[in-house]
Design a protein around this ligand. Structure first.
Ligand code: CA
Ligand code: CA
Ligand code: CA
Ligand code: CA
Ligand code: CA
Length: 345
């Protein structure tokens, strides 16, 4: 009897470890330098597209124990900002606000329980302070964060969600070259939520309730809290937590929504218009670059980033970064979009 229980346990473990054949394993093209902080530290990336020299575009990532880190596309650190416990980060590049064209980088600051909003100087490639005064959240503790630009109204917003699942939508106005913020909408998701992305074209907010599902809400400031469920964490090829959410923007409202299915180390791709689930992929080990494990934040761009990445890149945080037999601090992996496109066709 005892032996048969051991056999059963062994079979169960083997089944669990067996790779799901429906999840396609891809390889990373590059990885960033490890972050300074130990343990769970790297969290969420965003991508700034250089206006005239695409291959000089930059990745801005959070080290959630230290601040922001800026990398080039080779993954080398070009600057660091020890602003505090910045958790999630997002960017809107060269948007019109008032009479100005500005690039805005925003993050949730858990040290101060604020929204940290900066302008990105397109020439010096430095973050500059642009807030008139601190934007103190009423949430118990700010956690997930994303920006939303309503291009029709030329209005900028940020969404911030706390660990209790309460969401604040802030309108960010540029007044006398300074950003002022005001809460224009609040709603409750139900439980812990973090990953979010706004679809500026369709005015939608995609939000991952970590232990439950991926949803679509309206991003409009006067909308109610009704939502559509895209997929549950228990559906086929999914495993909780759901973490980072991002959008591949092909223009004219077309593209893909991607969520980090952290529990099985994979990324699920959905059609942006129909919201149909299409495919899941993972990032496996190559000889030079280890794959991703336990991914938090992700980001993606469809922009031309030079000859190496003509259709953009996908960036994923790696919760367990190794180099041969050595364990390093966490980092971000960079994947040529064409590798993902190949599995979607
Ligand atoms: Ca983590
Ligand atoms: Ca989380
Ligand atoms: Ca996270
Ligand atoms: Ca790894
Ligand atoms: Ca590595």
């Amino acid at each position: 009897m005892k032996n048969s229980i051991y056999v059963l346990i062994f079979i169960l473990i083997s089944c669990q470890n067996k790779k799901n054949p429906e999840i396609v394993s891809l390889l990373a093209n590059a990885e960033t330098s490890p972050v300074i902080s130990e343990d769970d530290a790297a969290d969420d990336p965003c991508i700034w597209i250089h206006a005239s020299n695409a291959s000089a575009s930059k990745i801005i990532g959070t080290d959630k124990k230290n601040g922001l880190v800026v990398y080039n596309l080779q993954g080398e650190i070009v600057s660091e900002y020890p602003f505090g416990r910045l958790n999630n980060v997002d960017i809107r590049t060269r948007i019109q606000l008032g009479d100005s064209i500005v690039t805005i980088v925003g993050a949730s600051n858990r040290s101060l329980n604020t929204l940290a909003i900066f302008s990105w100087n397109e020439n010096s490639e430095k973050l500059e302070s642009i807030l008139k005064e601190d934007l103190k959240s009423n949430l118990q503790e700010v956690y997930g964060f994303c920006l939303y630009y309503n291009s029709k109204e030329k209005e900028l917003f940020s969404f911030v969600v706390g660990k209790d699942g309460n969401v604040e939508q802030w309108q960010l106005r540029l007044v006398n070259a300074k950003i002022e913020g005001e809460i224009v909408r609040t709603f409750s998701v139900g439980s812990i939520s973090e990953g979010m992305v706004a679809d500026d074209y369709h005015n939608n907010l995609y939000l991952a309730e970590e232990n439950v599902a991926l949803y679509k809400y309206s991003a409009l400031k006067n909308a109610d809290s009704s939502r559509t469920k895209l997929i549950s964490v228990h559906d086929k090829n999914m495993r909780d937590d759901f973490e980072g959410v991002t959008l591949y923007d092909q223009g004219e409202g077309k593209g893909y929504i991607i969520v980090s299915s952290q529990g099985n180390n994979s990324y699920a791709v959905f059609d942006r218009e129909t919201n149909n689930y299409l495919k899941s992929f993972s990032i496996g080990d190559s000889e030079e670059i280890d794959g991703t494990y336990d991914t938090d934040g992700i980001d993606v761009t469809a922009a031309f980033l030079g000859k190496e990445y003509p259709e953009g890149v996908f960036i994923a945080q790696d919760g367990a970064n190794t180099q041969g037999k050595d364990t390093l601090t966490q980092n971000f992996k960079i994947v040529d979009w064409r590798r993902i496109k190949n599995i979607l066709d």
